[in-house]
Design a protein around this ligand. Structure first.
Ligand SMILES: CC(=O)SCCNC(=O)CCNC(=O)[C@H](O)C(C)(C)COP(=O)(O)OP(=O)(O)OC[C@H]1O[C@@H](n2cnc3c(N)ncnc32)[C@H](O)[C@@H]1OP(=O)(O)O
Ligand SMILES: O=C([O-])CC(=O)C(=O)O
Length: 379
């Protein structure tokens, strides 16, 4: 049997659900065992024993750094933390009505436009240059996000400090001071958990762009756009709006009944791959609990538990990573529309690892479509 174009009919997998598009050596998501490994290491172990800098190194190089390699890596990252003049000027021109994800998308585009190493097609996919570009983006994104948060609060830019870890410096640039270690650690855990997740929509977007032999900044710009949507990274912001809408734990069940009756998707729940709960949630929930204790906000945890319980009993759909991350970022002090940018700051490591993997073993990504339009006709 053929379709209208004469193409043999095949099964259409809407949304590419269940389709294995390529191999990857970067991470393994196992829905059967609810597990996630980066380069063979369980993510829970990395969150407990490593820093975000070590995890970035691991994702890019395949191995954890030796002490010496880590010092060199940290020095290279710390040396590039300043917001460059071009990017700052462009951000200053953008209206505050722009979503912070649009600001980041624009900033990454600017960094690509001023990168003078993008001279010819070969330099666009050069492995050494791509490694340097990845580190530059990892180092500069916190300055971009922190500055954007501060300008929205009518505050001055805070310069980076090179005596601080990635996460401590990120919070210092955002809030003008380094918070307690409990807060820095919870934030660092969130950065590690968000770093990589195989062929999710934004990573796959980055790989599609790379597959045309385009440059790393173009791939990241596209990935930022894909992450912004509420079915993906945008859900961590949406969770906070849901919490605000519900108000207190007692309202959770009634709110859920009404929302499901209205056929609303409940943000922060469900996952394309995990059907029995997201492997990262227990670790992020534990980090959230430390913040709840630190800021004495048991009401936040009560609401969290009430909605989770109601959703489990009503639909048996489990929370994904965005569910604990949203309230955690709220307690740390970020405005809600900065939450998805924080996801970007972390996922830049996974995206660029995939961009380098795709460029190193490339095939143009170009699937087929079964034509469903009108039959051939003539004017
Ligand atoms: C870090 C991340 O990006 S994690 C994902 C973050 N996104 C969200 O939290 C948004 C809310 N969740 C969702 O929309 C979905 O669960 C997705 C998009 C993440 C995954 O969805 P898919 O794998 O495409 O599953 P699909 O949307 O087909 O859902 C299957 C069924 O479960 C229901 N369902 C899934 N998630 C939800 C939800 N959050 N709220 C209500 N119902 C849901 C669907 O309505 C559907 O029901 P039906 O079969 O009766 O029509
Ligand atoms: O894997 C997915 O589809 C979404 C996700 O959890 C992620 O990108 O972290």
């Amino acid at each position: 049997m053929t379709d209208l174009t004469g193409t043999p009919e095949t099964e259409i997998r809407k949304g590419l659900a269940g389709v294995v598009a390529d191999t990857t050596a970067i991470s393994k998501v196992n829905s059967e065992t609810n597990s996630l490994m980066y380069r063979g290491y369980p993510v829970q172990e990395l969150a407990e024993k490593c820093t975000f800098e070590e995890v970035a190194y691991l994702l890019w190089n395949g191995e954890l750094p030796t002490d010496e390699q880590l010092v060199a890596f940290q020095n290279a990252e710390r040396a590039q933390r300043h917001l460059d003049v071009h990017t700052k000027r462009v951000i200053d021109e953008l209206p505050l009505s722009a979503h912070p994800m649009d600001v980041i998308r624009t900033a990454v585009s600017v960094l690509g436009a001023v990168d003078e190493t993008l001279t010819d097609p070969a330099s666009m996919i050069d492995a050494d240059l791509n490694m340097q570009r990845s580190l530059t983006l990892m180092a500069k994104l916190p300055a971009i996000i922190a500055y954007d948060q501060r300008r929205r609060r009518d505050q001055e830019l805070v310069e980076p400090r090179d005596d601080l870890s990635y996460s401590a410096n990120f919070l210092h640039m955002t809030f003008g001071e380094v918070p307690d270690l409990v807060v820095v650690n919870a934030f660092d855990v969130s950065m590690i958990l968000y770093a990589e997740h195989s062929f999710n929509a934004s990573t796959f977007t980055a790989r599609v762009v790379t597959s045309t032999l385009s440059d790393l900044y173009s791939a990241v710009t596209a990935a930022v756009g894909a992450l912004k949507g509420q079915l993906h990274g945008g859900a961590n912001e949406a969770v906070m709006h849901v919490f605000e809408e519900i108000g207190t734990a007692e309202n959770a069940e009634g709110w859920l009944e009404t929302s499901l009756a209205e056929k609303r998707k409940i943000m922060g729940f469900g996952h394309r791959v995990y059907k029995n709960g997201d492997s990262r949630v227990p670790t992020m929930k534990a980090a959230l609990e430390t913040l709840v204790a630190e800021f004495d906000r048991p009401d936040m945890m009560e609401l969290y538990d009430a909605l989770e319980t109601a959703m489990t009993s009503r639909k048996n759909i489990k929370p994904n990573l965005d569910y604990p991350s949203g309230p955690a970022y709220n307690l740390i002090g970020f405005d809600t529309d900065m939450f998805t940018p924080l996801f970007v700051a972390s996922r830049i490591t996974g995206w660029t690892a995939h961009i380098m993997e795709q460029a190193g073993s490339n095939a143009l990504i170009r699937p087929l479509a079964a034509y469903s339009g009108v039959d051939e006709r003539h004017i």
